[in-house]
Design a protein around this ligand. Structure first.
Ligand code: K7E
Ligand code: CUA
Length: 656
């Protein structure tokens, strides 16, 4: 890796010297001093100024979604999605625990890969971000008024929910595909019976246009390949969805060898409009399937979880014209569609060429029934009939492709650690720039829509090594921002990301920022334990359950002294933040709590529990520095023995 970097660095330096012909000090990227200064200006956002774009970068194995600004690379927020987050109490508070309910029980962690932003007419509209969980298959929806997770739906009959969560042109569907095929329904069979017995489910999850609510409309039960990535058709190919497959060999052991035998795997082309129609006419069949659907309501500030017990499944061979296989070399990873919907790029990670299929040619071949056999009853098209062109010897290990607004495509190459710019139609390579190091995905704002924005591109790298000050063996990953407005790409910024940044979705800030909420309206707080004023603060005992209706306002809790709690009680703190000013949260933490603190936004109610185990007088306090008298924001709870007859009392100030 080191050798490679030096090699490319020298090349870059050499080309700069010949093109500019001037001398100057060179930094370790091989760029010249004056250019470096220019790059700094390009990413500089003056204090108090705002960035031009939001970037939503997946947190990978952190399970979360990170919000960054571009071009500065500054991080604004970590949105907890699939993982417990003690910073806010997400997944620990009573209100948010139901978000982690699944058919496997409570799952406190997830592996998030591909965020995608909602669209209207093929253009990003900034209402919601969807993101997949790979390990225990789920799709989440983040609301971009609150920047909080609003919904999580489990995907049954799936494993390794990887070719997800991509959005159709009008957010009709968020689509999820299974990476690991599994027995459907799950049952106790030999792994050797893989071939024919295992299925790959492609799930089409409908999205309600008013509320954003998700429901699984249907699952297509495909042959037992690995469905790796996907993208929707758009514009002329709207109504289709494309999925890369590997392991069409259907191997179940040593896949690194056994799943690399076939010269070509497939891109599966799915005509979802046709299947939608079939379903509307009663097609498909309901099969028993257990999966959780969890919804957070920001009026009640509470999530509910519902267990579903059936799902509609479709056998692709029963819907003529619904699915075709496009032969594609060789174990493709990314599957990307050009802004006009004409080109489908298959990034064959074991091929030296990038393969591009033509949607027009595909339709033509289908209409003329030019098939080259079938797999499990699904017609296979002829490679030559659908092939638009190939980018020859573009690099090593192509992974993902994005597009600009000038007819160019940008592909990442993992093995040769570079981004290559090439032209749609001529398939000519126009530029290549090294990435430091081993790039995975890349993102262009609006890149997965009809209207990409050709100003910036950022690469998300798997290896960080020497890019930042060393921090021991475990490093954050690194992203690199390039200016792509000119003929040649220019590296202008490195910035660290948190977790593993598989993919990111980015959008013009103007589309989103005006909708962002500042506070929750206290009057509108419908939480069942909310109080609207200090006068309503109280403590109620019900057997050994104690409910404390507590409020916060600068700079005290009400009540702040409580007596009559006993060892063995289960104490619920229902804390309402009465503030109605922007950016005045209060926190709550109790000594010896076995869960996490709460961070409560203005107008919001959150609940945490505490099991007092020891007799004594125990403090609680506000964890967020909320005013000059924040350190005074505290209280005490007296805990008496189990059999004590101390009366339950509470107080604030002199009203004892
Ligand atoms: Cu990291 Cu999109 Cu999960 Cu490729 S995937 S790198
Ligand atoms: Cu409230 Cu500190």
């Amino acid at each position: 890796m080191k050798i490679l970097r030096l090699g490319v660095g020298l090349l870059a330096a050499a080309s700069l010297m010949t093109s500019c012909g001037n001398s100057g000090t060179k930094n370790k990227n091989g760029t010249e001093g004056a250019l470096t200064k220019n790059a700094a200006e390009q990413v500089y956002i003056a204090p108090g100024e705002h960035d031009d774009y939001y970037a939503f970068i997946s947190g990978g194995y952190s399970g979360n979604l990170l919000v960054y600004g571009l071009p500065s690379g500054r991080m604004f927020k970590e949105i907890p999605v699939f993982s417990q987050f003690p910073t806010s109490g997400y997944g620990y508070s009573e209100e948010t625990k139901p978000m982690f309910n699944t058919s496997y029980g409570f799952i406190p962690w997830g592996d998030a890969h591909h965020p995608d932003i909602s669209q209207t007419n093929g253009v990003m509209d900034g209402r919601w971000v969807f993101i997949n969980e790979n390990n225990t298959p789920r799709i989440a929806r983040v609301d971009l008024t609150t920047f909080e997770t609003a919904e999580i739906i489990e995907v049954p009959n799936s494993a390794g929910n990887h070719s997800s969560s991509f959005i159709t042109e009008n957010t009709e569907y968020v689509v999820a595909g299974t990476r690991f095929s599994v027995p459907v329904p799950q049952r106790d069979i030999s792994i050797k019976d893989y071939k024919g017995e295992f299925k790959g489910a492609l799930s089409f999850i409908g999205v309600d246009q008013e509320t954003g609510r998700m429901e699984i409309d249907f699952q297509l039960l495909m042959p037992g390949f690995n469905y790796d990535l996907s993208h929707p058709g758009r514009d002329k190919s709207h109504g289709w969805f494309f999925f890369t497959t590997y392991n069409t060999e259907e191997a179940n052991t040593l896949l690194e060898v056994n799943a690399s035998q076939n010269d070509k795997d497939f891109i599966a082309a799915v005509n979802w409009k046709k299947i939608e129609e079939y379903v509307k006419n009663g097609g498909g069949k309901m099969m028993p399937a257990e999966y959780a659907h969890n919804v957070y309501d920001h009026h009640t500030h509470t999530a509910t979880s519902t267990m579903k017990n059936e799902v509609r499944v479709i056998d692709p061979t029963e819907v003529p014209g619904a699915v075709y296989f496009l032969p594609t070399p060789k174990s493709p990873h990314g599957c990307d569609v050009s802004p006009d919907g004409e080109y489908i790029v298959g990034n064959g990670k074991l091929s030296t060429d990038l393969t591009v299929h033509s949607f027009t040619k595909m339709i033509d071949a289908i209409e003329n029934k030019k098939f080259d056999g079938e797999a499990y009853g699904i017609p296979i098209l002829n490679f030559d009939d659908i092939h638009a062109g190939s980018v020859k010897k573009a690099g090593l290990g192509p992974l993902h492709t994005e597009f600009d607004d000038k007819g160019n495509a940008y592909t990442t190459f993992f093995i040769s650690s570079e981004v290559v710019k090439w032209e749609l139609g001529t398939w000519e390579v126009k530029d290549r720039k090294p990435t430091y190091y081993s790039v995975g995905h890349l993102t262009i704002p609006g890149g997965n829509s009809r209207e990409p924005d050709g100003k910036y591109m950022f690469a998300m790298n798997k290896i960080t090594k020497d890019r930042y000050l060393p921090v021991g063996p475990e490093l954050e990953h690194s992203a690199q921002l390039y200016d792509i407005s000119g003929e040649k790409m220019e590296l202008i910024l490195d910035f660290p990301t948190h977790g593993e940044p598989h993919y990111a979705a980015a959008i013009k800030a103007d589309v989103v920022k005006g909708n962002s909420l500042e506070i929750y309206d206290l009057e509108d707080n419908k939480h069942e334990y909310a109080i609207k004023s200090e006068g309503e603060a109280r403590v109620e005992r019900n057997g050994n359950e104690v409910h404390i209706y507590m409020s916060t306002i600068r700079s005290h809790f009400a009540p702040d002294n409580i007596e009559g709690i006993k060892v063995g009680d289960k104490v619920y703190f229902h804390v309402t933040n009465l503030e109605q000013d922007f950016d005045v949260p209060h926190g709550f933490a109790m000594i010896g709590q076995n869960n996490s603190e709460l961070l409560i936004m203005p107008g919001q109610t959150k609940t945490t529990t505490w099991n007092p185990k020891k007799v004594g007088v125990w403090p609680f306090y506000c964890t967020d520095f909320c005013s000059a008298l924040h350190q005074e924001m505290q209280g005490y709870i007296r805990v008496s023995p189990k059999d004590s007859d101390i009366e339950l009392t509470w107080s604030l100030g002199d009203d004892e």
